[in-house]
Design a protein around this ligand. Sequence first.
Ligand SMILES: *Cc1c(COP(=O)(O)O)cnc(C)c1O
Length: 233
Amino acid sequence: MSEIKANLKRVRENIITAAKRVGRDSDDIKLIAVTKTRGIEEIKTVVDAEVLDLGENRAQELRDKYGEVNAEVNWHMIGHLQRNKVKYLMRRERCNLIHSVDSLRLAKEINKRANKNDRVIDILIQVNTAGDENKFGLKPENLMSYLQEVSEFNNIKVKGLMTMAPHVEDTEKVRPYFRKLKELFEEAKKRNISNIEMEELSMGITNDYEVAIEEGATIVRVGSAIFGPRQYK
Ligand SMILES: *Cc1c(COP(=O)(O)O)cnc(C)c1O
C-alpha cells in the first residue's frame, strides 16, 4: 500500500511541475484518482492521503463502492453511461459530476431523473476531438448546437468539457486533441449560452496528463500511475 502513496506523491509532483512549465497554478488542477477495478483497501489508501475526488467508469461499481468507502469524497462518473444506469447515480451525495454526457437522449434522461430527485446535477460534455472511432463523444462540429439544446434542461448544469485521447507512445501526438478541446471551451464560453458554464476541462490520464495540463486541463483522471497496472477479471 505504501507503494500507492509513493506513486501518488510522484503524480502530485508531476502535476506541479507541468503547471509551472506553462505558468499555471497547480491549485487550479484537480486530481481524480480513478478507482475502477480497485479494491476498497487501495481506495482507502488514497483517501487517507487526502485525495478528495474519485472516479469510476461504471455506474453500478460507483454505487457499490460509494457505501463501502464511506468517506467525504466527491465521486465522478467518468465512463460511458447507458440511460438505464442513470438511476444509480442519483442519490444526492453519490455522484457530483458526470463527465461523459454525449447524446441528447442521455442528457434528457439525466434531467428527468434529477428532476424526480429534486436536484440539479453537474455534467461535462464529452467531445471526441480526435475523431477516434473507438472513443465516445460528440463530434466537435456538433458541440455548439448541442449546448444550445441542453441549455433548455433545468435539472442539469453544464460545467465544461471532457475528452479522452487515443493511446499513443509519443504523447506529443495527442497535444492537438487537447488544444482543440480548449479552443471549443473558449468558443463556448464566448457564446454566453444561458445555463451553460465553462469552468472545467477534464482531460488527461496516466499516459498524457502532463501534456493535458500544459494545454489547460483543470481536471486530470489518473488511475494506473497511482494504483499500478489494472487487472481485469
Ligand atoms: C480508466 C479511465 C481513466 C484512467 O486511466 P489510466 O490510464 O489508468 O490513468 C481515465 N478516464 C477514463 C474515462 C477512464 O475510463
